[in-house]
Design a protein around this ligand. Structure first.
Ligand code: NAP
Length: 268
């Protein structure tokens, strides 16, 4: 990515997490940021001449679109003016298809990525989606652009993006929900609700940290803390029965996929 001229449109939470990572990677001076009401940190970067803020259109090597999908339609012409014949476009907008990007930005040179919220602290996983036949150079460049958000997976074909979104894009909410329902169950069985929430929250955090520091499969980590005929096993027999978590999760992911596909149609 050395000396790549990057334009970032939309420096909100995700956009500024990306730009902060590019600056750390030595891209100061190569970044144009387009955002009509920049956050304080973005203004500071501009004052320090690390980035150019709202410059005149000047086609770059890569243009990253990180505005909300709902405003993309209104902004498309303005963004298209910043796309030159050689500019590679990477969108992190949920639900805006490669085809819509191609039509609205008048270029064939498009890719998408789906990050997730832990990316804001560099602990995310982002799934890259390119057109079939994308070159390995293009994939390497896009992967390195997304690296500030954490791990990058893919590329995958667009038809699998709704399923990937339903796992990693929505997944942080499933983790938070787990802490919520565990805390509520503790309270239902007599624990002080606030204590129950502290226990549940720290347990979910700790399980994540253990998994992060281990090469073992998730199932192995689970088995490692489940003694035969013990207390944990009694709970898991309820949670893992076919009508419980396995089928509930499959249904939930199916609902997320259906909604993602419906939302994509709305932004066409
Ligand atoms: N957050 C996530 O976990 C997540 C996960 C996956 C995908 N995404 C995608 O990432 C994108 C950004 O999400 P986010 O959470 O970073 O949203 P966000 O914080 O709202 O960032 C969007 C930014 O775009 C700016 N903007 C608005 N109008 C603009 C214009 N005319 N020109 C340039 N910039 C403009 C917004 O400014 P104002 O605040 O002043 O309107 C804001 O700074 C979305 O498309 C979302 O679908 C996010």
């Amino acid at each position: 990515m050395t000396d790549t001229h990057i334009t970032l449109v939309g420096a909100g939470r995700m956009g500024s997490a990306l730009a902060g990572g590019w600056l750390k990677a030595g891209q100061a001076g190569n970044i144009d940021i387009v955002d009509p009401s920049p956050a304080e940190i973005v203004q500071t970067w501009a004052d320090q001449k690390q980035v150019r803020l709202n410059p005149e259109p000047n086609p770059s090597d890569v243009l990253v679109v990180a505005v909300k999908p709902q405003v993309f339609g209104q902004l498309a012409d303005e963004i298209a003016a910043r796309v030159g014949p050689e500019t590679r476009v990477l969108s992190i907008m949920a639900g805006v298809t490669l085809e819509t990007l191609e039509v609205k930005l008048a270029t064939q040179n498009v890719a998408r990525a789906m990050p997730n919220t832990p990316g804001l602290v560099g602990k995310g996983v982002t799934i890259l989606c390119t057109k079939p036949g994308a070159s390995s150079d293009a994939i390497a460049e896009l992967t390195s652009l997304l690296a500030p958000l954490g791990q990058v997976e893919g590329p995958i074909d667009q038809d699998l993006l709704p399923a990937a979104t339903a796992i990693s894009g929505c997944g942080p909410a499933y983790g938070f929900l787990l802490a919520e329902v565990m805390a509520a169950a503790g309270a239902a069985h007599g624990l002080d609700p606030e204590l129950s929430m502290r226990l549940a929250r720290k347990t979910v955090e700790g399980a994540g940290a253990l998994m992060e520091g281990s090469d073992e499969e998730a199932a192995t980590l689970r088995k490692n803390v489940t003694s035969p005929n013990g207390v944990t096993q009694a709970a898991l027999e309820v949670l893992m029965s076919p009508e419980a978590m396995p089928s509930v999760f499959e249904k939930a992911v199916g609902a997320a996929i259906a909604r993602d596909i419906a939302l994509s149609k709305e932004t066409e």
